[in-house]
Design a protein around this ligand. Structure first.
Ligand code: ZN
Length: 218
């Protein structure tokens, strides 16, 4: 593959990812990350999600990749979970945890790939602390401002979920290996119903935000 040197491949092998699971999208992310040879992937989710993801992991094993599992108890996000982690990916169904994860990643200066999907639509945002708006700022600026209090249904259409999952995996590999452009201030909205892809640009840190503004200063 152009740009994938042995040094960059070694970076992938040495990297650790946290994958917050829930949406169907994340199953494709896991398959692709295992194939690419990310060193360690820790799946975080509830019991049902972990059961589903362990089946996906078992049928796609790679001797170079360690996959392990952590049960997410309610909204519990301890700093210890993020120790030694290079990248966080989330396809959670609980919007309140998505937002709290954004706050936490900003504070710990960890890149976060956010995805949200519903039916034939999905959006993706790669948040780079210091270069990006946080989710609380980026989503309303992109016309997404409905953050349900309780977890949403898992209602993605498989062709859409696999498409979103593949793009997320690509973002992850680029970030971890250091290949290509990392914009950090761009959100993609894909509307499979209308057949439309929209790129929302200029999602920079906001000075008046306690989360992304502070990450940009330090
Ligand atoms: Zn913000």
């Amino acid at each position: 593959m152009p740009g994938m040197t042995s040094e960059k491949q070694s970076r992938l092998l040495a990297s650790s990812c946290l994958l917050f699971a829930g949406e169907e999208t994340v199953e494709t992310v896991l398959v692709q990350l295992i194939k690419t040879g990310i060193g360690r992937i820790t799946i975080v989710g509830d019991s049902l999600t972990i059961c589903r993801m362990s089946d996906v992991s078992a049928s796609n094993s790679n001797p170079d990749t360690v996959v392990d599992f952590r049960k997410l108890n309610g909204h519990d996000l301890e700093d210890a979970l993020f120790k030694g982690i290079d990248l966080v990916i989330e396809g959670l169904l609980d919007w309140q945890t998505k937002l709290r994860l954004s706050d936490l990643c900003m504070r710990l200066k960890l890149p976060l790939v956010h995805s949200g999907s519903s039916g034939l639509r999905f959006q993706l945002f790669t948040m780079l602390p210091g270069k990006s708006a946080c989710l609380r700022c980026a989503l309303p600026a992109s016309g997404i401002d409905d953050f349900p209090i309780t977890p949403v249904e898992r209602d993605t259409f498989s062709p859409v979920a696999t498409c979103a999952g593949s793009i997320i995996a690509l973002e992850a590999v680029k970030l971890l290996a250091g290949i290509g452009v990392q914009q950090g201030n761009v959100l993609w909205k894909v509307d499979g119903l209308r057949g439309d892809v929209e790129t929302v640009r200029g999602l920079d840190p906001r000075n008046d935000c306690p989360d992304c503004g502070r990450a940009a200063i330090k």
